[in-house]
Design a protein around this ligand. Structure first.
Ligand code: F6P
Length: 323
């Protein structure tokens, strides 16, 4: 293998740049020629592919987002799109790919390998942390810290006005971000898809808190919560607690930006280099993760189909620590 390419796909995540840097520099160190593909699979299809050198990845380790840009590609879902992507890779003589992204990215990579035989190694990059085969995905730690920082600020004003705040965090269908930011931010309650709770549960939590002399509460609502988003939950709660002052804050894309934490920089660097070395060792169709501090390889098939175990003890902890 002489030429490899790296790309980022799906929602961007802090730490992706650290990973790109590690892929480019790791490849050069091992005598390979690294290429960068812009805008994920879309760039593969349009031929937006450039040869990378060491200087192109200088001073990016500490920056959020992705210098290669990202996209969710509809065209790559078509056979025609994948054929164009393959032709463009052939033009440059690219023989291996490092795909940084989430489940959608790996589903595309698996299919592409089945059809055209280009070896691909994935790196988990998503703030949602919803990938089987790694303790944490790139961007998760930064996003949790961003959410906690916001919750701290909201708590100041919630306390000053004796208010109930519903704070919505991201996580399309997973509560990892919700539970961690709830624990780190000292939330009274966390609503996540992994635990079915009702409006009555929320009301009794608030009432019981008040009975214990709490004058304000923070309730973290994960975006994928089955009862609906923070606005609709708050609206339904207000119908029963008319006398309470309720507000909603949706943190949204703020959680996706910002300088990556030390954790995400180190994880991105480790996983990026490991991905290059995995390609050189002839591995394909696998995701590089970190399990119990060690690099681990998980087949795409498993990362796509298996659900990462959820730490139920964390939910119990929110209840115990918010008394
Ligand atoms: O997958 C990461 C994520 O940030 C999810 O938490 C969220 O649901 C989604 O992306 C938002 O995507 P977009 O930026 O396309 O609106």
């Amino acid at each position: 293998m002489k030429k490899i390419a790296v790309f980022t796909s799906g929602g961007d995540a802090p730490g992706m740049n650290a990973c790109i840097r590690a892929v480019v520099r790791g490849a050069i160190y091992h005598g390979l020629e690294p290429y960068g593909i812009y805008r994920g699979y879309n760039g593969m299809i349009s031929g937006d592919i450039v040869k990378m050198n060491s200087h192109m990845v200088s001073n990016i380790l500490q920056i959020g987002g992705t210098i290669l840009k990202s996209a969710r590609s509809k065209k790559f879902r078509t056979q025609e799109g994948r054929q164009k992507a393959y032709d463009n890779l052939q033009k440059h003589g690219i023989e291996g790919l490092v795909a940084i992204g989430g489940n959608g990215t790996f589903t595309g990579a698996k299919l592409f390998h089945e059809e055209f035989g280009i070896p691909t190694v994935g790196v988990p990059g998503t703030i949602d942390n919803d990938l089987y085969g790694t303790n944490a995905t790139l961007g998760f730690d930064t996003a949790v810290n961003t959410a906690i920082d916001a919750i701290d600020k909201i708590r100041d004003t919630a306390g000053s006005h004796d208010r109930i705040f519903f704070v919505e965090v991201m996580g399309r269908d997973a509560g990892y971000l919700g539970i961690r930011s709830g624990i780190g931010g000292g939330a009274e309650m966390v609503l996540i898809p992994e635990k079915k709770q009702t409006i009555e549960d929320v009301i009794s939590n608030i009432r019981e808190g008040h009975a214990r002399a709490k004058t304000s509460s923070i309730i973290v609502v994960a975006e994928g919560e089955h009862m609906g988003n923070a606005n609709s939950v708050a609206h339904r709660v207000k119908e029963h607690l008319q006398d309470m002052d309720i507000r909603v804050t949706t943190l949204g894309h703020i959680q996706r930006g910002g300088a990556p934490t030390a954790m995400d920089r180190v994880r991105g660097s480790r996983m990026g280099l490991a991905a290059v070395e995995a390609l050189m060792a002839g591995k394909t169709d696998i995701m590089v993760g970190i399990l119990n501090h060690k690099i681990a390889y998980t087949p795409f098939e498993d990362t796509i189909t298996k659900k990462k175990p959820f730490q139920q003890d964390m939910l119990r902890m929110v209840e115990i620590l918010s008394i």
